[in-house]
Design a protein around this ligand. Structure first.
Ligand SMILES: Cc1cc2nc3c(=O)[nH]c(=O)nc-3n(C[C@H](O)[C@H](O)[C@H](O)COP(=O)(O)O)c2cc1C
Length: 329
């Protein structure tokens, strides 16, 4: 595979979702090998002190890169956390052998550009059982599990989310951190722009993250959200860095399958940002550690959010050697 084609795949990987659109990844191209690094300068210290969501975000980029390589006709070879001495090196991906992409691969890859986090009210329309099964299988393929909440647990999860939101707002530095990632700066290529905030939930039933908390545009609407949301919990069998990366890959696979099925999605992470609340969603004995809550449904189109230019996230070996940096790019 030539270098421009690999660079295009890396550019596609940056379309992955990330906490507050922090895009906490860096890539390095060494010949045909792509190294994916965690960028801890972009970690949200208040929301994500352990860097769990940072690795979930990088994991989402890793899955997107794998899929982009499949679309480009290669079967990627993946090594996760290949060097214990370099924990920031999240993955090394080689393009692997050639293979004509199947129709299923092409359809899923097509969803990469169309997937956007949707914070609008969804229609009162049921998600069909076959779509739910596909979403569950998507998580399973990546070594995670997706559980759709029944009526009772849906209410409990929404309540836990609201309680988490309340406690987060009481945390020192929460507003300042939110302000940094939502500050409306011209030509900004990261963070959450106001067009993506969504309206306020008039009845305050759903734990929608209020991105307008600090820099709210004036005259923000408040709307009634769906009465019976479809809520899913993504879990992994253990809870270390490799599991967080796995969760990120599974998250993106689930979101892309949903997009392919014309479903709108909202990752909801407040309930997993407060350890005591995350514990309620976790079943340690059964090996189900909650990594993310996902809202699914049918909604109006959601806007794309910006991404940093490829030159900011990609370095090649020659360039980093010239800069005297043989380690992380
Ligand atoms: C680990 C993680 C946590 C997230 N948590 C939330 C959340 O709690 N609420 C929300 O509205 N979006 C959440 N998101 C979505 C991001 O805000 C979104 O991916 C980012 O702003 C980029 O926008 P896009 O998904 O439309 O490309 C999360 C995404 C990730 C990967």
């Amino acid at each position: 595979m030539d270098s421009p084609e690999l660079v295009r795949c890396i550019e596609t990987a940056t379309l992955a979702p990330s906490l507050h659109n922090s895009q906490p990844w860096r890539f390095r191209l060494t010949g045909e090998e792509i190294e994916v690094y965690a960028d801890h300068d972009r970690q949200l210290d208040v929301l994500d002190p352990d860097g769990r969501e940072l690795l979930v975000s990088v994991g989402a980029a890793v899955f997107t890169l794998r899929l982009a390589l499949r679309r480009a006709g290669r079967i990627p070879q993946l090594a996760v956390l290949p060097d214990p001495g370099r924990p920031d090196l999240v993955a090394v991906i080689r393009p692997g052998s050639a293979a004509q992409p199947s129709a299923a691969v092409l359809e899923l890859a097509d969803a990469i550009e169309r997937r956007h986090t949707n914070r609008q009210p969804f229609l009162p329309k049921v998600v069909p059982a076959d779509a739910i099964e596909e979403l569950r299988a998507a998580a399973g393929h990546e070594g995670a599990a997706l559980t759709i909440a029944g009526a009772a647990s849906r209410t409990v999860i929404a309540g836990l989310g609201r309680e988490a939101e309340r406690r987060l707002r009481a945390r020192d530095g929460y507003r300042a951190e939110m302000g940094r990632w939502t500050r409306p700066v011209a030509h900004r290529r990261d963070g959450v722009p106001s067009a993506a905030y969504g309206p306020w939930d008039a009845l305050e039933r759903l734990p929608m993250r209020d991105f307008g908390l600090v820099h709210a545009p004036r005259q923000r609407r408040s709307e009634v959200f769906e009465k019976w949301p479809t809520i899913a919990v993504l879990t992994t069998g253990a809870d270390g860095p490799a599991d967080w990366i796995r969760a990120g890959q599974a998250l993106q696979r689930v979101l892309l399958v949903a997009t392919r099925r014309h479903l709108a999605t909202t990752p909801i992470s407040q309930p997993v940002e407060i350890p005591g609340i995350r514990e309620v969603l976790t079943d340690r004995r059964a090996g189900r550690f909650a990594q993310m809550v996902i809202r699914l449904g049918y909604g109006p189109p959601a806007p794309a959010t910006p991404r940093r230019p490829i030159a900011e996230v990609l370095s090649d070996r020659a360039a980093s050697h010239r800069a005297g940096n043989g380690g992380t790019p």
